[in-house]
Design a protein around this ligand. Structure first.
Ligand SMILES: *Cc1c(COP(=O)(O)O)cnc(C)c1O
Length: 393
């Protein structure tokens, strides 16, 4: 045939070809994220509420999460890297402020200006570099300052603050729009390090130019009003993770991961399943193979451990997790299981990210941020523009 016509596939109304092609669908409920944002904002009578969108909004897609939160009135956003800020700037309304937590790498300062981003300055080197840029630009440049309240990770130390006290001109040309610090024990409310960090933050902040302050991440918000200051800074709780260890999770679930069955088979008792026969069928057994594996962030340590759900039936993951596949014992499922049948692997009828994290000996943050690039991300909802929020700039 010399005349090749492209084949037209029948298209159902609303059907997404990418969703049909993929091996697994990650559904992100933007309305639930917005509800979580509102719940967190209401935890404080006076503080504004920012959103932390680093690591592609914890793996859920900053380009979709950001605009949904902006439409819900969020005006302050945090990312970790300059590149994340540049990407987020393209999708947010100009009125939204974007802070880059890591501050400028040497030589990259001017890019913050070019892209309308604010650095968080974490030490004297970054302060000096930002001041140098302000001189070159011949104008005052806004930035946040981070102080170290006990985590020893990022931020000005007590010694550096003393150096600043001795040479206050190092801050000339920097208009400090926010002073922030980060808690290292916030998810354990009774831990004494929280109060110590709070006291340190208050003391350190008093030595800097007066500016709005931001201290509380998701868990910190639940430590009470003393921790709220002017701007809340949640990430995890927006995405449905529990802010307090061992307590009921007040946040709405946000993610559902569904894998597709590729094929099913029945095997007799004694059949080894998967690499190294790490599962051996003890009776006759029906197995469904699903196109999700450790390369998608379905951790290898979940082999013989995790449980999925197919049409409401619990179906255990049996054998090793492969790079691109898992095997499920679907013996308990009544009726046919057609290729393409969806199995809930996380959220939905399956365990939430926090529970999977416990099985994998990690935290929900790691489970979310490892969610694979091969998943098709389907978005539900998204807010219409509503309430505005006070300007902290
Ligand atoms: C990641 C991060 C947050 C958000 O923390 P969550 O625990 O996800 O709410 C806030 N502040 C800083 C400095 C962070 O690095």
């Amino acid at each position: 045939m010399n005349n090749v016509h492209p084949i037209r596939l029948p298209k159902k109304a609303g059907s997404d070809p990418a969703e049909a092609r993929c091996g697994a669908v990650l559904t992100v409920d933007l309305d639930a994220i917005v509800e979580n944002y509102r719940l967190l904002r209401l935890k404080s009578a006076r503080a504004a509420c920012a959103a932390v969108l680093k690591a592609d909004a914890y793996g859920l897609g900053a380009a979709r999460v950001g605009p949904a939160l902006a439409a819900a009135g969020c005006r302050h956003f945090f990312v970790a890297h300059l590149d994340e800020g540049i990407a987020l700037r393209r999708v947010l309304p100009p009125a939204c402020l974007i802070y880059v937590l890591h501050g400028p790498m040497p030589g990259a300062e001017a890019e913050f200006l070019a892209h309308g981003l604010r650095p968080v300055l974490n030490g004297l080197e970054q302060i000096d570099a930002w001041r140098a840029l302000s001189r070159k630009a011949d104008m005052a440049l806004p930035a946040a300052l981070q102080v170290d309240s006990g985590m020893a990770r990022l931020g000005l130390s007590v010694a550096e603050l003393a150096e600043l006290d001795a040479a206050p001109e190092r801050l000339f040309g920097i208009s400090v729009s926010l002073v922030l610090s980060h808690l290292s024990w916030a998810e354990i409310p009774e831990h004494p390090a929280n109060v110590e960090a709070l006291q340190r933050f208050r003391a350190l902040r008093a030595r800097l130019p007066a500016a709005p302050a931001s201290f509380a991440n998701s868990s910190g918000i639940f430590l009470g009003a003393d921790y709220h200051f002017d701007l809340l800074r949640p990430g995890a709780a927006l995405y449905g993770l529990a802010p307090q260890a061992g307590r009921k999770n007040p946040m709405k679930p946000v993610v559902t991961l569904q894998g597709k069955v590729i094929q099913t088979r029945s095997v007799p008792a004694g059949t080894p399943v998967g690499y190294n026969g790490r599962f051996v069928a003890h009776t006759e057994c029906r197995i469904a193979t699903v196109g999700v594996g450790y390369a998608d962030g379905f951790l290898r340590c979940l082999g013989n451990k995790a449980t999925a759900s197919l049409r409401g039936y619990e179906v255990p993951v049996i054998g090793a997790v492969s790079m691109d596949l898992i095997t499920l014992d679907v013996s308990a499922v009544r009726g046919d299981i057609a290729p393409g049948a969806l199995v809930d692997l996380m959220g939905g009828d399956a365990a939430p990210p926090d529970a999977i994290a416990v099985q994998a000996n990690t935290i929900g943050y790691e489970i979310l941020t490892l969610l694979g690039a091969r998943y098709h991300r389907a978005y539900r909802g998204g807010a219409e523009p509503t309430g505005e929020q006070g300007d902290l700039s």
